[in-house]
Design a protein. Structure first.
Lengths: 657, 201
């Protein structure tokens, strides 16, 4: 790469004579080389902005716009799932309360689990990645931006479908993992289990689409110079997560499809009377379900790895060790699924293998924790709200990890199976391992997304309220679980003596809920009245902080060059950039997979309404298909039409060479 | 933050074939996830087959001939598929147009025979779990066949319009060739599972 020819003015059209074969000559346009900043901004803004108006908004393919919608939607689902939990806690606050009957309670805990897992946790970690990964790798949009938009619309339809069903008293009531035979045709008449199965299909289609887009963005759109060893840890985490999604999510789609086939057209895949098997459902489900935990957890570790070096004021200790741990956790996550099935009477030897692998995964996770602690130890930590939430994560997640190692041993697992001990364990792992880092990440990246700071004082109040509320809610559940209280019961008799501790748990839940109310207030207050953030309020080192807050539609006026894993710390004077891209078409830089050498100037897709229309036709087909198998036939035509509309070139500069 | 121009990328090409192109990687990603789906469905079949001592559950053997004809058609189609690939890389319009028509026909032909494969299974999906799994495996592959043939036909039409004269369209042809390989490749184990495994036991 030389900088010798950067001065030439390329604004004059020059036909590209390099084309070979039967290709129309490239209609060249103005380039960014040598263009002054104001003019460059006007050009890029005109080329990359989301079109105005309602149709324009619905056609947006800007990864930041899509990600913002994803984040807000997922947060709304978090609140809805939280309200489910509060309703359950009010019912359980004393023995034999009559507020909620068993039928509604079944729907409540199923909707709580389904909403939190499929409509909140996975979408919000992917949404964060959709926002941050393209910025961190220094590109202008995510790969396959229309697929990304399609993924969002499918996800929203799935969520709306589930919650409308709930409003119609048609919500799934078979638990978030919907085991057969309970969810099969014999024991679950009506459409409730079908709603579960199809909602799964929606959300998995959406996360698979996002995962592929993320992988290709990381592989092919990295800034020049960002070789594998210079990829930020958060991006590594999202890359590994996306691979886990690609290999895990098909399992749950197969499971839900088999279930719906059994229910709708009378196949016998899970019917032991006709050669099927019920445990097959559990194997397929947990082959997805265990990696799912890591799909939620790995991005959170990426967030922690981004926050810690910034507030410890030194680069991460053990960068390579952290990357290898991420990869190791990704692989090992596929070898644990049977530990969810210890109570099903599996052969002892098989169970021992899964005990061993469940304990083994604690090793790379331990490596991560020690690398973070070493970074903090050697740094000069500045304790701000994001770091407080990271401390909360350490405390809570380590406790959850310890009860996890306990549960990995078969005899203990058999004792506490399906009790509140397990409920306590997985809330420690999921909320500690994912929600606390997410809240830290919200404080950390909110200035980038909104251009304003959140209140530090409210942030500290928020943290302590959440930390105390969380532990008050979930720690006593370990005890009540050991005393024998089963999960998923809508009430319990007074003689068992669980009344007081449950009242305490419910009070803790209200406190935890209030912490989110405070968080919402802090978000709104920050967005409206927060102090202006500037480009890099935390003096962080990765590329998302090299552009303005919020970033312009084109992310970077010129494509940055990465010279270090923390490019902004290495290049404090001026950021090296690459020039020569067209400014009148959505050009971005495609680089090589390992070394990130610049390779192709490729055009990114222009805004289009077709992904929305395709999502509507796919979504309608899914809903219709819980009533008749012919839906697949009738739905094929609108799906085909919308997909052709999506891919057919419209004559934009992005479609032509 | 101040900027310092340090590299000029203005002379880079505007498209690339194969692993240079993001679309190729996207196609590979979808193959990986669909391949996982195939592997899990096949795994479910084998799980049930090993669970029941008298697998096939006293159903009659499937008639393998329609399936064998599909297999032969698919394997033969790999030859024009790869010839097409070479022309796509050279961006040669006329042979690519011919190749796309040939590949559309090579896509439709196995679909026609596939119509006769379902009755040749000699069992319905709702008879027992063996029948269910046969229909599921065949159905899963047929879905891929239909989508890829649909995609091939649309792309063929596109190559006959002015939009065809573009490096990215030739790249799309290359990716279509790549995906067809996947459709053929995934069929082989499914063919063996459906038609030859029942003959073993």
């Amino acid at each position: 790469m030389s900088s010798a020819d950067i001065t030439g003015d390329r604004d004059i059209s020059k036909p590209d004579t390099a084309s070979k074969g039967d290709i129309a000559p490239e209609r060249d346009g103005p380039r960014d080389t040598g263009m002054d900043d104001a003019r460059l901004h006007r050009w890029l803004e005109r080329t990359w902005r989301t079109p105005p108006g309602i149709v324009g908004a619905l056609s947006s393919v800007d990864h930041k716009v899509i990600a913002r919608r994803y984040l807000i939607t997922a947060f709304v689902f978090l609140c809805l799932g939280g309200l489910n939990a509060i309703a359950m806690r009010i019912q359980l606050s004393g023995p034999q309360r009559g507020l909620i009957g068993p039928d509604l309670y079944n729907q409540l805990f199923t909707m709580h689990g389904v909403t939190m897992m499929f409509l909140f946790a996975v979408p919000i970690v992917q949404a964060t990645g959709i926002y941050l990964v393209p910025l961190m790798v220094g590109t202008r949009n995510i790969a396959f931006p229309r697929l990304n938009a399609f993924g969002y619309w499918i996800y929203v339809s799935g969520g709306v479908f589930a919650w409308v069903s709930f409003a119609l008293n048609m919500a799934p009531d078979v638990g978030w993992f919907a085991y057969v035979p309970l969810s099969g045709p014999e024991f679950a008449p009506g459409k409730r289990a079908d709603v579960w199965a199809q909602m799964i299909t929606y959300t998995e289609v959406s996360s698979l689409a996002v995962a592929v887009a993320t992988i290709v963005t990381v592989f092919k759109q990295r800034a020049p110079g960002m070789s594998l060893d210079k990829i930020p840890l958060y991006v590594w985490a999202m890359l590994v997560t996306s691979f886990v999604v690609v290999f895990a999510m098909p399992a749950v789609m197969i499971t839900s499809t088999f279930l719906i086939l059994d229910r709708l057209v009378g196949t016998h895949i899970f019917n032991p009377a006709e050669g099927g098997d019920v445990l097959l459902f559990q194997h397929l489900f947990w082959f997805f379900g265990h990696p799912e935990v890591y799909i939620i957890f790995l991005p959170a570790t990426g967030m922690v790895s981004s926050i810690i070096p910034v507030f410890a004021r030194r680069p991460t200790f053990g960068h390579l060790g952290l990357v290898l741990s991420l990869v190791a956790v990704g692989f090992l996550s596929f070898g644990l699924w049977v530990h969810h099935m210890f109570a099903t009477g599996l052969p002892k030897l098989g169970a021992s293998f899964f005990t061993a692998s469940s304990m083994m995964i604690a090793i790379p996770n331990g490596v991560q924790i020690f690398c973070w602690l070493a970074t903090l130890w050697d740094g000069r930590p500045v304790v701000r709200t994001p770091l407080l939430f990271v401390f909360g994560f350490f405390f809570i997640f380590v406790i959850g990890g310890l009860t996890g190692v306990m549960l990995a041993s078969v005899p203990l697992d058999l004792q506490v199976h399906d009790t509140y001990f397990v409920v306590a364990h997985f809330h420690y792992v999921l909320i500690g391992g994912s929600v606390f880092p997410l809240l830290g990440a919200a404080y950390f990246w909110f200035p980038k997304i909104s251009g304003r700071m959140m209140s530090e004082r409210l942030g500290r109040w928020h943290f302590w309220l959440a930390f105390i509320g969380f532990n008050a809610t979930f720690f006593p559940m370990h005890l009540v679980g050991l005393w024998g209280m089963p999960r998923r019961v809508y009430t319990y008799p007074a003689e068992l003596g669980w009344g007081n501790i449950n009242l305490f748990i419910s009070a803790g839940a209200v406190l935890f809920f209030l912490s989110f109310v405070l968080f919402i207030f802090n978000l709104a207050h920050g967005a409206l009245k927060g102090a202006p953030a500037g480009n890099n309020p935390w003096n962080a080192g990765t590329l998302e902080w090299a552009t303005s807050s919020p970033p312009p539609s084109y992310n970077f006026a010129r494509i940055p060059i990465a010279t270090h894993v923390e490019p902004l710390w290495a290049e404090r004077e001026a950021l090296p950039v690459a020039t020569g891209l067209r400014v009148d078409a959505r050009e971005l830089l495609i680089s090589t997979v390992a070394e990130a050498h610049p390779d192709i100037r490729e055009k990114s897709a222009a805004p289009s309404i077709w992904p929305l229309l395709a999502a509507i036709s796919v979504g309608a087909t899914f809903v219709y298909s819980i009533f008749t198998p012919w839906a697949v036939v009738w739905g094929a035509a609108p799906i085909a039409i919308t997909l052709i509309g999506w891919f057919w070139p419209k004559g934009d500069p992005e479609d032509e060479e | 933050m101040k900027q310092r121009p340090a590299a000029d990328i203005s002379d880079l090409p505007t498209f690339g074939h194969g692993a240079r192109s993001p679309t190729w990687w996207g196609t590979l990603g979808f193959m990986a996830l669909e391949g996982t789906g195939f592997a899990l469905a096949a795994g479910a079949y084998l799980y049930l087959a090993t669970l029941w001592p008298s697998w096939r559950l006293s159903a009659p053997e499937p008639n393998h001939w329609p399936g064998t004809i599909v297999t032969i058609l698919l394997i033969v189609s790999l030859v024009p598929n790869h010839i097409l690939h070479r022309y796509a890389e050279r961006c040669a319009m006329l042979p690519v147009r011919i190749g796309m028509i040939v590949m559309s026909l090579f896509g439709i032909a196995p679909l026609v025979v596939r119509w006769f494969e379902f009755p040749a299974l000699n069992i319905y999906w709702d008879t027992n779990a063996y029948g269910s799994m046969l229909w599921v495996l065949l159905g899963l592959h047929t879905t891929h066949l239909i989508t890829d043939v649909g995609d091939t036909i649309v792309l063929t039409v596109l190559m006959f319009t002015r939009h065809g004269y573009s490096g990215r369209r030739f790249g799309d042809v290359g990716d279509n060739v790549f995906y067809w390989d996947f459709v053929v490749l995934t069929w082989i184990p499914i063919y063996l599972l459906i038609y030859w495994m029942p003959r073993l036991g």
